[in-house]
Ligand binder design. Sequence first.
Ligand code: ARG
Length: 248
Amino acid sequence: GDDDGGSTATGTQGADLALVQDGTLTVCSDVPYPPFEVESPDAPSGYSGFDMDLMQAIADGLGLQMAVQDVGFDPLQSGAVLAAGQCDLGASAMTITDERKQNLDFSDPYYDSLQSLLVPADSGITSIDDLVGKTVGVQQGTTGEIYAKEHLPEGANEPQAFPSDAELWPALQAGNIAAILQDLPVNQEHARSDPGYEVVEEYQTDEQYGFAFAKGEKTALLDAVNEQLQALRDDGTYDEIYAKYFAM
Ligand code: ARG
């Protein structure tokens, strides 16, 4: 296409980008994680959400198709899935951390985030300090899990780690856990979808999400993704996608 301003570094269907599959950006994620990644039969890749729409725009800019693989979060954040060469990159609301940087390269940050506590509205829990004798649920391998371990009051049970939000959120609804500690936008999405639940506390952890790459192996692709990200910020596409999923 003749898109104004957003000219790409490669223009050659990613020939020099060392892709898992020629002509396709193969993206690993952990789904569902609304509003960042959800299944969406009508979307070209079969997935939508802030991450997925942004990544689709990046793939478009590179002249590539996008294919998504749902691999689970823990093996993605550990670097295992990307080191094994299963995907070109990870797009999974993943916080850039020093620990993860030992095994992964990250794109420029694309979203600012923080932690939060979601509880049943009638629970009487208004803070993390009310979790004495109770169990908080977290997603395994996440910054929320780390935050819970470091900040739960004495007398609280060990946090229960679930592989996916697909098990975590139903566990709260079933009353098997007292609260969920995880990224604010996701807890807010649950509270919006079910008025029986509310976010009672936010924790300013100053997190930033980045797209993740096998360490040292995808530098040309990483540069190309950063270039596309900047082009999408410059031409307003980033703001359009942002406005679709978040109140401005
Ligand atoms: N931002 C948090 C972290 O990096 C949670 C991300 C979970 N993402 C997901 N798609 N399940 O640890």
